[in-house]
Write a protein of this length. Structure first.
Length: 188
């Protein structure tokens, strides 16, 4: 029993279990340095939203404050998940309504979905650029790039009308410019 206890202490010390610790913690218990509830606002102020019909596809929709538009941005430990090559933070982005992770794909059509969290590379998002803009709506601006396939989170064809699908574009073809910028409005 003593060896088992020592092994668990060692694993916690080295951080092997740290990335999983938030899964059983309530938002109030989670470490404030790793866990932030946000809304992602596109250029014309629609929000990143889980489509009600499919419960899997992600779209833009007029901001309404509902849980399908609230996301827990979980800062990932670079020692366990690998460093962000841009020197900024890496995140898993979890929908508050169903607890599923924002998941990228390089399979056409390259629609972004929410799927059960595995924390695989296609569910890890690198912050490519972040700037404190202060307005509108508030908070900071971010460009999010998928670790697995390199695509940047963006509205399809840069449309901002209700129902616009959110996709990941290949940076070598379209780049990760300001049109893919998201304002993060901190909710908690």
């Amino acid at each position: 029993m003593r060896k088992k206890t020592s092994l668990i202490k060692l694993m916690l010390t080295v951080g092997l279990l740290a990335p999983l610790s938030f899964m059983s913690a309530s938002p109030a218990q989670a470490d404030a340095q790793r866990y932030t509830t946000v809304q992602f606002w596109a250029n014309n102020n629609p929000c990143l939203d889980v489509q009600r019909e499919s419960r899997e596809e992600v779209q833009l929709w007029e901001c309404n404050g509902q849980p399908q538009q609230q996301w827990n941005a979980i800062r990932l430990d670079p020692l366990f998940y690998g460093p962000n090559p841009y020197g900024l933070d890496s995140f898993a982005i979890v929908n508050k309504l169903d607890g599923k992770c924002l998941t990228g794909t390089d399979v056409a059509p390259d629609i972004i979905r929410v799927q059960p969290c595995t924390f695989a590379a296609n569910q890890i998002w690198w912050n490519v650029d972040d700037r404190n803009i202060g307005s509108p709506p508030s908070g900071w601006m971010a460009l999010m790039q998928n670790k697995a396939f390199g695509g940047c989170l963006a509205p399809r064809n840069f449309d901002t009308v209700n129902g616009t699908r959110v996709v990941g574009h290949v940076p070598g073809v379209t780049g990760c410019g300001d049109k893919r910028a998201w304002w993060l409005h901190m909710l908690a």
